[in-house]
Design a protein around this ligand. Structure first.
Ligand code: SF4
Length: 694
């Protein structure tokens, strides 16, 4: 695909990998994409990029792409290639028959953080208006749903507070459970630039991440906590702030709910939250915690960045609130250089949440029980909407196995590979009477499908993505859809076949509808995106040019609200049978389940998932680099090669989940966040033994 020749024309669009949302110039020769050049005019990347956005686009023309719709009566029958019309009619007839026999609650859908805002909006609209229920969920369920809950509860908005560029004003940077140089490389480089200029770095992570190796960074502090003990650590940091008088009392008095503050202060000041008491839980030396709290609270501008190492825990939502507490207590909210910043994994996680994918929220985080919000959508959509939250993804799986949930529409998400406890997911999928999968490849989920609808890559459609800094970027069609339809057109066709009218000539008209119904998007239009380049929501009459920094004057809930964050130990604890704790993550050159990066014609992508473990854990088991290891948890078993690494702490092992054969999610368990059901991918008790080659 990559050709050194001169391009004939080019199109500016947005990378479809991580939540940085880099802008690229797609250079074309006829219909062939020859080069992706990072665009200097991109507001998120200013001309920078990583290897994935720059080189890993060959998957769009890979021979594995599905270009013909396919149907089958049951999953033990062969696929039958058919035309679009027949496939859509087949899907609609099945959905209607199931609904007639089992009721409207028996079907649902899953939107994708890989698709555009407009496509995600249409899928949840299809489910709410045409299916007639709120059984809509998104793959954000398994990554950042605790961010939505935690930040909405404390700060009033389910989003990060800053621009990426804001880090250049930070004096102290805390990174918790994130690995920016691998997972958000362009932002990781920007952060490194600020660290080289002298900002202090505190990393709370079980693993020694590369950011700690930033040159000229002698005073970086690493808090190598045990997996599953985040909340004990954040409480200990809060304890130091309160007991050493490091709070910003003026900010608390002016901007926060002082009653909630007093309750939190009394709670956090208890001796059981002291660094000394927490050391036994977290494994982090008390003095290191004291030093980190002082650095953050007295630096001037303290900024916190966090990733899935915060959210993917049984206390993910509690931890997000703990981070917000710390920022509120020290006045590190509402200006450049500070804030609470979730680093979103996928290109459009923020957007898929914004667009009403969750079963309890309409677009713009408007609760389904809110009569006035619901009324606006009912008027616009011409239907009566359900006022009860629908099923979350894990509830859909349970209901499918139990027999009350019968049909599922999945757009752009490989739930069979990416969700935890694969055996349970497969049991649920094989129980369905109708599974409709819309994807660019025949993925693991499609093995259980009755209808396969070809998806379109980001190069084949118009739309928008919203990155981790709430920035709405244009996605522009570079080439025609390989299968003849963009994803949004397929959803429109399915709605029409179900008897619900959807009429859009272009995704810009979908955005116009979103703007009419969603107060935080009221000022967004494609015309304005052309003149502004990008827009950060909220964008409306009060903020016509968007909002780079949130909460400058007040919070959407009036005052910042401290939350009580009681530490509760995870059920996943090491014991004699499973003496090690497994945690998971990504590497720079691969992306999530690897569906795209593994289909790029470039040697750099041909790696494998391995199990990293500390040399001392290897030695007692007689394991050497490259040995095959059997890894067993209470959920299942898999086999990986060993990589000995001093980055790990003794007792903790680590792997990635980029290759289908790795089985990382065969061994992850059903444990999940108490508030949102986000799976606890980051803590699995395991046993590791040397085995012969599989
Ligand atoms: Fe794409 Fe993220 Fe890399 Fe930017 S940093 S090029 S958005 S993968």
């Amino acid at each position: 695909v990559i050709d050194a020749g001169q391009p004939e024309h080019s199109v500016i669009t947005t990378c479809a990998y991580c939540g940085v949302g880099c802008s690229f110039e797609a250079q074309m020769k006829g219909d062939q994409l020859v080069r992706m050049v990072p665009w200097k005019g991109g507001d998120a990347n200013h001309g920078h990029s990583c290897v994935k956005g720059r080189f890993a686009f060959g998957y769009a023309s890979h021979p594995d792409r599905i270009t013909t719709p396919m149907i089958r009566e049951s999953i033990d029958r062969p696929w039958r290639p058919v035309g679009w019309e027949e496939a859509i009619a087949f899907a609609a007839e099945r959905l209607q028959a199931i609904q007639a026999e089992h009721g409207r609650e028996s079907i649902g859908g899953i939107t994708s953080s890989r698709c555009t805002n407009e496509e995600t909006y249409l899928v949840q609209k299809l489910i709410r208006a045409a299916f007639g229920n709120n059984n809509t969920d998104t793959c954000a369920r398994v990554c950042h749903s605790p961010t939505g809950y935690g930040l909405k509860t404390t700060l009033g908005e389910s989003a990060g507070t800053q621009t990426f560029d804001s880090v250049m004003q930070a004096d102290a940077i805390i990174v918790i459970g994130a690995n920016p140089t691998d997972a958000h490389p362009v932002f990781g480089s920007l952060m490194r630039k600020r660290l080289r200029q002298g900002a202090s770095l505190i990393v709370a992570d079980p693993r020694r991440i590369d950011l700690l190796k930033t040159p000229h960074l002698e005073d970086a502090q690493h808090l190598p906590l045990r997996p599953g003990t985040n909340v004990a650590l954040i409480n200990a940091l809060g304890h130091v702030v309160v007991t050493e008088g490091l709070e910003d009392h003026a900010f608390i008095a002016d901007r926060c709910d002082t009653e909630a503050y007093r309750a939190w202060r009394d709670f956090i000041a208890e001796e059981r939250h002291s660094p000394e008491a927490s050391e036994a839980i977290t494994g982090v030396a008390a003095e290191a915690v004291r030093q980190a709290a002082r650095t953050y609270a007295t630096a001037g501008n303290g900024a916190i960045y966090y990733g899935l190492g915060v959210t993917e825990h049984s206390q993910g939502s509690t931890m997000v609130m703990g981070i917000a507490n710390l920022a509120l207590a020290t006045g590190n909210i509402g200006r450049e250089g500070v804030g609470v910043n979730p680093l979103r994994g996928q290109n459009n996680v923020q957007g898929s949440c914004d667009m009403g994918s969750f079963p309890h929220e309409l677009p713009g985080y408007q609760h389904v029980a809110d009569i006035s919000a619901r009324g606006r959508f009912e008027d616009a959509w011409g239907v009566t909407l359900d006022d009860e939250p629908g099923l979350r993804i894990p509830n859909m799986f349970d209901a499918a196995i139990e027999g009350s949930f019968k049909a599922l529409y999945v757009q752009g998400e490989d739930i069979a590979q990416s969700d935890p406890n694969t055996q349970h997911v497969e049991a649920a999928l094989s129980s369905l009477d109708c599974l409709i999968v819309q994807d660019i490849f025949l993925n693991e989920t499609a093995k259980y499908a009755h209808v396969l609808l070809p998806g379109s890559s980001f190069l084949e459609k118009d739309g928008t993505f919203t990155n981790a800094e709430r920035r709405i970027n244009r996605v522009r069609r570079v080439m025609p859809p390989l299968a003849g339809k963009a994803d949004w057109e397929v959803t429109v066709d399915l709605a029409r076949a179900l008897g619900y009218p959807m009429e859009y000539a272009h995704p810009s008209e979908i955005m116009d509808e979103i703007a009419r119904l969603t107060p935080t998007f009221a000022g967004v239009s494609y015309a304005k995106l052309e003149t502004h380049g990008s827009l950060q929501w909220p964008c409306n009459a009060e903020r016509p040019d968007g909002t780079p920094t949130m909460h400058e004057v007040d919070f959407p809930i009036g005052r910042g609200r401290f939350a009580i964050t009681e530490y509760v130990a995870t059920e996943e604890r090491s014991n004699r049978r499973f003496p090690l704790l497994l945690t998971t993550g990504r590497i720079l050159s691969q992306y999530n389940v690897g569906a795209q990066t593994r289909r790029t014609d470039n040697q750099v992508w041909h790696d494998e998932d391995v199990l990293e473990l500390h040399p001392s854990d290897a030695e007692v088991r007689g394991i050497r680099n490259g040995d095959w290891l059997g890894i067993t948890s209470r959920a299942g078993q898999t086999v990986l090669r060993a990589r000995l690494s001093e980055r790990m702490q003794p007792g903790v092992v680590y792997t990635t989940f980029h290759h289908p054969g790795s089985g990382a999610n065969v061994i992850t368990t059903d444990s999940s966040d108490w508030a949102t059901n986000c799976p606890e991918y980051k803590v699995t008790a395991v046993q590791v033994e040397k085995v012969s080659r599989p």
